[in-house]
Write a protein that binds this ligand. Sequence first.
Ligand code: NAD
Length: 451
Amino acid sequence: MKDLDNILNTLTEGEDGYTRRTFLANTGKGILAAATLGSLAACDTNAQQKAPTSPTDKDVHANSITEPIELKEIADPSEKKKEPFPAPEAPDKRVGFALVGLGNLTLGELLPAFGNCKYAKVTALVSGNPEKAQKVAKQYGIPDKGIYNYQNFDNIKNNPDVQVVYIVLPNSMHEEFTVRSANAGKHVLCEKPMSVNSESAQRMINACEKAGKKLMIAYRIQYEPNNQKAKEWTRNKKMGTVKIIDAINTQNQGEPGQWRLKKALAGGGSLPDIGLYCLNTARYLLGEEPVQVNATLFNTPNDPRFKEVEETVFFQLQFPSGALANCTTSYGVHESKRYRCHADKGGYFGLDPAFSYHGLRMEGSQVQDGMEVKINPSAGDKNQFALEIDHMARCVTENKKPYTPGEEGLQDHVIMEAIYESAKTGKPVKLKKIDKIDAFRGTTPDELQIS
Ligand code: NAD
């Protein structure tokens, strides 16, 4: 009880519109009095989440914890307005995800990103290495019953805590685990590239459709605010019509034995792994689908890394509006991940870096008062993996088609096959003309609507 009084005394009357009286009304002193110090802390967090947005707001409905808490503004009104505070859903209401594959992306980005998620939580891990799985499960508080290997994975159908399986395996394994997940009654979030070819991608769509499960491809760029702003500027013709997009995504691969350099596991080299970002982002910015591709492919002779897959690809995409994308990808030079949209009314804009995990920045140049001025219109630095994962979670709870569904991944495979064909024949390859804008995307979610 003494501890309770200490906590109550820390709630200054009137501070941020939340009073000792409000706290007592929301939590119930009688319940708290019986609690331990540990659960008192939990109750305190809960109480803050349940706090009404204003002291007079008595209409607290079931969902109100996802309304952000508001605190008194301390900055001068001329300063940039701060973002609302995160207001996550209560853990027991979040959608449970199983992560399949505990490699670089899962350990380095995805598991930490769940800490920034508001609607998703990790409830299971699938790995071929039991020691690693145990260790990671302990680190993230995942129960033993949530640990699976590749053989007993199908038992996940009996785990009600898993609603979505997130596949983070080498590309050639995406189809198998998508089909097994759908058959186990789980929705699927699958890493890019969707698979190793368009036939396989189509089978993944069919399997999920047959099972009545959602399939989303993890195109994180399409959920990232700076790329979203570049899409807005392209589509709203902020600097006139974007006629040329110049995109590059390169990185220097090391160890020749890695799966990314094995055709059977990766499906290809730099193109499906990182060149895909140039392709998918050009399609995303314009909302159009290319009608023709042109490509050239190079491998450094005798480099042991490029015996099975390509090192460098230059490719051009021609869109129905006349817009062109000039794309470069390579596994053989230092990292460079950026694009520029060149428009016809006094300016250009783009991102550098554009495709990295963190620190994405929008930049450009604009004529102002007759002078060329550099611009840096950053849209903030949010965790794009968390945004992407939360989107999938909301698609499940709100029963919506993902913004980047299987069809979006399949279309990239169709175009990549045309790129390889053009490189092989040395001739341009035509693609079916598609008039619809955003033809392969799901409904644009509210948070991604163009303003
Ligand atoms: P990784 O090599 O670091 O991890 C792959 C995991 O798969 C490991 O845990 C490995 O043990 C397991 N695995 C199972 N069978 C395997 C086999 N036969 N050979 C090799 N590994 C096997 O790879 P990663 O970088 O985490 O990439 C995994 C997937 O995620 C790929 O599809 C990749 O394209 C995608 N990815 C996406 C992004 C992104 O930004 N969205 C970034 C990196 C990787």
